[in-house]
Design a protein around this ligand. Sequence first.
Ligand SMILES: [Ca+2]
Length: 451
Amino acid sequence: MMLNDRWTIMNNSSSELGSKQPIRCKRCCCVLSWVVAVTTSVSVITAAVFLFVYLNEYRLPLTNSHRLSPSVISTSPSVSGALVTVSRVAEGEPISIFLDPNCPILSEHFLKWEELQRSLLHILTNHNAEDSRDSGLVEQLKVLAGHAHNLNREADSLKRGQVVLQRQLEEMQSEQSRVIQMLSEDRSSVMELSHSLQRETESLRRVQSELNQDKRIPANRPKDCSDLLASGVSQDGVYSVFPTHDPNGFMVYCDMSTDGGGWTVIQRRQDGSVNFFRGWEAYRDGFGVTTGEHWLGLNRIFFLTRSGSMELRIDMADFDNSTAFALYSDFSVGRDSVNPEEDGFPLIVDGFSGTAGDSFMKHSGMRFTTKDRDQDQSENNCASYYQGAWWYRNCHTSNLNGQYLKGGHASYADGVEWSSWTGWQYSLRFTEMKVRPRPRPSNQSQPRPLS
Ligand SMILES: [Ca+2]
């Protein structure tokens, strides 16, 4: 309609110009130019209108009797080789549109999209799973949060208890320090008291042991005849004594009557019935009979006198029934020797008193000599020379183990001699050597009866 109107306007304008122009040439040229320009413009506009109507399927007024057939879409690739064919019969010519499924660019994009879709689905799936898992975790977190809250409350309670305990501990430490200080102050006095008590206890034990020993020995194991006398034995005779740990002890003759009794006899001569001219072993071990002539033996004399507290009495008689005695307040054999026999049973004698005179103290310190063991200070063997066995020096002032020559004799000093009473040529009828514990000082002042 607009095109027709424009044409109408243009036709009207040209009819007006043709009617008004009379004459001139210049104006003719000008008009001609206008005509050309207008014609050109009209042609261009007309072409544009037709193109627009065609593209928008407007029916032109002049083609009103022609109707366009509808578009036909077929999916028969066998016809044209395309997936989809769009046919539209316009003026008898079909229009075909090809969609190539193998288009490399689109396929690539499709693949990418599919991959992307799968990734999105996977992510969504995982996300859902994580959501469900997260929900379980949330529940657990709630439980744990509840536990944590309870633990915090317990921790607060424990902290309060710890504070109380710390305070009590400090109080106890203070008390401990005070006690330790008190103990350290009293420790020295306690230790001193303890040592004193230990010493007293040891002393009491020793006293008890000695008392038990003293109580037992006199009754059952007398050391010597003085123990027997103390236990009530008053008869002279032969008894067992136990001066050593030997349970058998040995037999001795006890003089329970002379000078208060309690004498243990170690040597006796009375009738010449026993040979006294013997060797070392006989004098070491003893010989004879206890009720008659005998030598008790150096070993036994050692055991009886080793305490160093014994006295010796020697009773003598001649063939005229005269008697005498010699008393020595200190007598021992081998007292200081580690091995008395090896050391020769050295004699210690001192403190003479008596009626026979001292014929023995010059022998103190001498070792015992027998005919077979010369331990004297003579160039000869004094035992062999004077027919005896004694603590010879060079050689003797007494020879009580000499030959039993029965009184006066012509030979020199080889009989039973006690020179201070009867000289060197008188052999005594009776001699008896005996020992007992030295009396206490209070008893020494008492007078002793002469035998
Ligand atoms: Ca000699």
